[in-house]
Design a protein around this ligand. Structure first.
Ligand code: ARG
Length: 712
């Protein structure tokens, strides 16, 4: 019996070893040491040097961070860049009008001169990175206060940045890892002339809308395409008609042979944030206080936006991008609440903390670690209500165009008012742009309603935490207050703002009712009692010690640092989830156009499809892109470890060729940012064959596909 059990558990281990999803967002400079052998076993055919090299062109040179929040990859020698539709969404909406509605109808530039330049859009190349842990930690001592420590570290960071930016050519960023226990610097080069090359219609690029968002089985053509321009010498340059397509150091080849279960798959990109070391108290706080407020505040804003968006194409364009952004995390946070509760993640963490605490209170560790858990839990206990309160206010600011005017916008108007007349002339054009951009995304009747709804929600729900005095002052007739404030304010009228530029005065801004409200909200968010400041400092010290202690005691197995918008690699396989009745495919690791068309609902906001696409499906007009079995692939699953920010990342085969585009995660695994669950966590990707079919066959933009190196 025992033997049987042993055999059984060995067998299970073997199976788990084979099927486990692949946790880890690895640093490129550590691949050789930590991962390369494992990757080779799984099917990688590249050397570590071919992935990341500081001397030669390597894979990393084909991957860019896209406009600060997404990832993209270069797929032609002429700087063609592929990313998600939802990453290009804001630029596409900006370049659309009710008459030329590229968001709705799709767009492909017939030639390079027709490519469209959005106001601001940049891509960031990763030049190199290095470890500066020793150097930075040599400047701090255990007796320093948190602010002394921060000051010492920042001084050293400033030096490192200066030493590596080559006289301003590069942007250098020094970041902390493992909760301030390690430091690395990253050298980047930014290009800011980036133009829209093409996009599928929104019905394809955002197929399934918020209903399907974060869900599998999925059928979304989530891609859009841009091009990077440089000056004649290949250097970054402001937009100019003299700029030329960037001659990229490295571009990805595109492999259209298709994928199958257990094929090697790796993803390089810029995951935004994970919290895999988060203590149980933090998880509890999010599940019970912060996220429910986030969800409710988001929905309150979304409902008003939607009410206006359905009224016309023009109003839809005003709010489409903001709505998509708010809705995306509205659903994500609800998914996190559900998953973290269902899997009792806080309990799992609490058990680990118990073990840690035992270790921490051993005689030899007690001095250093004895207070760690107490300090951490004290801090969470003190901030639960605050986190709920703050999230209502943050969602007010995020959904209302006017909630945060005192920050950037107001400060710029004040600086303008106080500038010398000659300086004002210089600033004026920039401010005009700002005003126009602001009003491209704000419609006054909707804004009044959003603000009223958010103020009501806040005063009802954000208690027992002390409410912002500036809001309490209003009383409870929010309609009347908003009406009057909007009448008086200069921010709520484009004409008044333009007149302000003619006769500016600081007092006019500082006494403006909307400015005053916004400023009151911001300062209330930043107000902290001395007691709270002290608890927060103790928490920072203790969290750093917790992570350090978990690593030295080997109580936690995590070997890679949390995501923080620095480039990472995750590797794994094409991997099915258990069969799902909703999926039409034979193996639950891919979806097909069959399933797409089954979801189609004529005229629906989320599930409509272009008539032409339906016809091409009926005629099996799949060109060279159909699978060998005759179907048209749409999306597929891998077991890679990604998070928000990875959107648009390339999925690569063992040779480093492009097989897909990562665009989402599955809702069941929403606890993944805190704990990676290998049974659940999947990455949802667009199959590159669907992308190319949409460009070449559906949109007739063969000239774009002809720019690529296709492996078939
Ligand atoms: N969930 C995706 C991500 O965070 C974004 C998908 C956008 N689509 C949408 N229906 N809002 O990367």
């Amino acid at each position: 019996m025992y033997k049987m059990k042993l055999l059984l558990s060995l067998f299970c281990l073997f199976i788990i070893g084979l099927t486990k999803a692949d946790e880890g967002m690895w640093f490129l400079m550590h691949i050789d040491r930590l991962n390369h052998r494992d990757m080779q076993k799984m099917g990688l055919q590249l050397t570590a040097e071919e992935i990341y090299s500081i001397n030669n062109h390597s894979l990393k040179d084909a991957i860019v961070q896209f406009n600060g929040g997404c990832t993209a990859e270069i797929i032609s020698k002429d700087g063609l860049v592929l990313t998600n539709h939802h990453c290009g969404y804001d630029a596409i909406a900006e370049l659309s009008s009710a008459e030329k509605n590229h968001l709705k109808n799709g767009f492909w530039a017939p030639s390079k001169k027709d490519e469209l330049k959005p106001k601001s859009l940049y891509v960031r190349f990763f030049v190199r990175m290095d470890d500066v842990t020793q150097r930075i930690l040599s400047k701090v001592t255990p007796t320093m206060t948190e602010s002394e420590r921060e000051k010492a570290i920042n001084q050293e960071i400033a030096l490192i940045e200066k030493e590596n930016n080559e006289g301003g050519k590069y942007t250098v960023s020094v970041r902390s890892f493992f909760q301030g226990n390690e430091f690395y610097f990253f050298v980047y080069q930014d290009y800011k002339d980036v133009r829209l090359v093409g996009t599928p219609p929104e019905s394809v690029g955002k197929f399934g809308g918020d209903t399907d968002n974060w869900e599998w089985p999925r059928h979304t053509g989530d891609f859009s395409m841009f091009r990077i321009y440089s000056d004649a010498n290949g250097n970054p340059a402001d937009y100019s008609t003299n700029n030329v397509p960037l001659k990229a150091k490295k571009h990805l080849k595109v492999n259209i042979k298709g994928v199958k279960e257990n094929d090697f798959a790796m993803i390089l990109g810029y995951p935004g944030r994970t919290n895999r070391w988060m203590p149980s108290g933090g998880i509890e706080q999010n599940v019970k206080y912060a996220y429910p407020a986030w969800v409710e505040g988001s929905k309150t804003g979304m409902d008003v936006m939607k009410k206006y968006m359905v009224q016309s194409d023009a109003l839809n364009l005003v709010y489409a991008s903001k709505y998509a952004g708010v809705a995306n995390y509205w659903k994500n946070r609800q998914g996190m609440i559900d998953a973290l509760s269902k899997f009792q993640t806080a309990k799992t963490k609490a058990l680990q903390e118990e073990k840690f605490n035992k270790w921490a209170n051993k005689a030899e560790n007690k001095d250093k670690y004895g207070q760690v858990m107490t300090n951490i839990n004290t801090y969470y206990g003190m901030t639960n209500e605050k986190s709920k309160h703050d999230n209502y206010l943050i969602m007010l600011m995020r959904s209302s165009a006017f909630g945060s005017v005192s920050r950037g916008f107001g400060k710029q108007l004040i600086a303008y008012a106080n500038a010398e007349p000659s300086k004002r002339v210089e600033l004026k054009a920039g401010l005009m742009d700002l005003i126009n951009e602001f009003y491209a995304e704000a419609y006054i009747p909707a804004e009044k309603e959003i603000l009223i709804a958010q103020l009501k929600l806040y005063t009802e729900k954000a208690k027992p935490y002390a409410l912002a005095p500036e809001i309490l002052k209003i009383g409870n007739n929010f309609e009347q207050y908003v009406e009057a404030a909007f009448n008086l304010s200069i921010f709520t009228s484009k004409d008044k703002l333009i007149s302000f530029l003619e006769v500016p005065s600081e007092g006019l801004v500082k006494n403006d009712p909307i400015y005053v409200l916004s400023d009151g909200i911001l300062s209330h968010l930043n107000t902290k009692s001395d007691e709270l400041k002290k608890a927060q400092d103790d928490y920072s010290t203790s969290f750093r010690l917790l992570v350090e202690g978990l690593r030295v005691s080997k109580l936690a197995p995590i070997q890679y640092p949390d995501a923080n918008s620095t480039m990472r690699l995750t590797y794994g396989k094409v991997k099915a989830l258990p069969l799902d009745k909703r999926n039409d495919a034979k193996i639950n690791n891919y979806t097909t156009m069959e399933g797409l068309v089954k979801k189609y609902k004529a005229g629906d906001k989320e599930f409509d499809l272009p008539v032409k696409l339906l016809e091409m499906f009926k005629n099996k007009d799949f060109g060279r892109y159909a699978d060998a079995k005759g179907y048209m692939p749409v999306n597929f699953l891998t077991d890679n470890d990604i998070t928000g920010g990875n959107s648009g990342s390339p999925v690569l085969n063992g040779k480093g060729e492009l097989i897909g585009l990562a665009f989402d995660g599955n809702i069941e695994a929403m606890a993944g940012d805190v704990i990676f669950d290998s049974n659940l966590q999947r990455t949802i990707n667009v199959d590159i064959r669907y992308v190319l079919w949409l460009i070449e066959n559906f949109s007739g933009a063969k000239h774009i596909v002809d720019e690529m190196d296709i492996i078939q």
